[in-house]
Design a protein around this ligand. Structure first.
Ligand code: NCD
Length: 305
């Protein structure tokens, strides 16, 4: 693997290897990790806001002894003077050994990879993909539930514009006997037909649920997402959707869920998971965010060593 632009590029076996490497690196001492990428430099290029993705990548690199440079606000770069994405990427590739790119435009990571002589990792390209989040998600599911084959996964929220859902569905299609149930708070946020077709073609049994409580009863993983208002033009009507009662998962909705059912969310959550869920054993979202460091370390090691 030279770049990681989308999850499709990874086979099932490669995904499982990365997850097991993440487990190995997670078990290493800080002292042992510190030597693994000493002398390398990772450049984080964040043209869009990020908390977890950027900080977990940077923490991952720093713990491996890898230096970190970059920007978290494109307003501070020459993009404001009119520099093209390609030229900015060429420069960053001259300074670092790997580029972590988040950008509002779908396809930005592919454009970057076309001009970069060092690995490019897609940390989110508009409504496109977020492959490293998917690796974190799968790792969390494996830690919590064991086997990834045979999982029943509920996808809830903005299934139209949420890139984490898109990458997750592509990844699940690589596993066996997967059942997916969808719930979106309004039809405009439903999973695009092309993605539903792709999932079906790859053997995923996919249907819809009419409420979060119904979904919670029939799945092993309930994957919640927020409305991606920044990606929806004329998003005002969706501000109202975000406040709809039936789109808020509450502790009482989990009454009929299996004891080991886990609630996941790539975060940030806005209102869609009430805080009374946080203390339940089902809540896996903060643990999921914590898992990001080991998973991203496994990836950096694979690309940079
Ligand atoms: C997600 C993203 O940026 O796509 N966040 C993340 O990376 N953990 C999800 C979101 O912003 O809703």
């Amino acid at each position: 693997m030279k770049h990681l632009l989308g999850i499709e590029a990874l086979t099932r076996a490669e995904i499982l290897t990365l997850l097991s490497e993440a487990k190995n690196v997670g078990a290493m001492t800080r002292a042992a990790k510190r030597e693994l990428l000493r002398g390398s430099v990772m450049v984080s290029m964040f043209f869009e806001p990020s908390t977890r993705t950027r900080l977990s990548f940077e923490t991952a690199a720093l713990q491996l002894g890898c230096g970190v440079t970059g920007f978290s606000d494109a307003q501070n770069t020459s993009a404001t003077k009119g520099e093209s994405l390609e030229d900015t990427v060429r420069m960053c590739a001259a300074y670092g050994d790997a580029l972590i790119l988040r950008h509002p435009l779908l396809g930005a990571a592919h454009r970057a990879a076309a001009v970069s002589n060092v690995p490019v990792i897609n940390a989110g390209d508009g409504a496109g993909e977020h492959p490293t989040q998917t690796l974190v998600d799968l790792y969390t599911m494996q830690q919590r539930l064991g086997d990834l084959d045979g999982l029943r996964v509920g996808l809830a929220g903005d299934l139209c514009n949420g890139r984490t859902v898109h990458s997750l569905l592509l990844a699940l299609a690589k596993f066996r006997n997967i059942k997916v149930s969808c719930f979106s708070p309004t039809p405009a946020l439903a999973l695009p037909e092309s993605q539903r077709r792709h999932a079906t073609l790859h053997g995923i049994d996919i249907d819809d649920a009419d409420s979060l409580a119904t979904l919670a009863q029939r799945v092993d993983v309930l994957y919640m997402t927020r409305v991606q208002t920044e990606r929806i033009s004329g998003s005002e009507p969706f501000d109202a959707v975000a406040k709809l009662e039936h789109y808020v998962l509450r502790a009482k909705d989990l009454a009929g869920a299996a004891p080991n059912m886990c609630v996941m969310h790539p975060l940030p959550r806005v209102r869609e998971i009430a805080t009374d869920v946080d203390a339940l054993p089902h809540a896996a979202y903060f643990e999921q965010a914590g898992n990001a460091v080991s998973v991203r370390q496994a990836l950096l090691l694979q690309l940079l060593r």
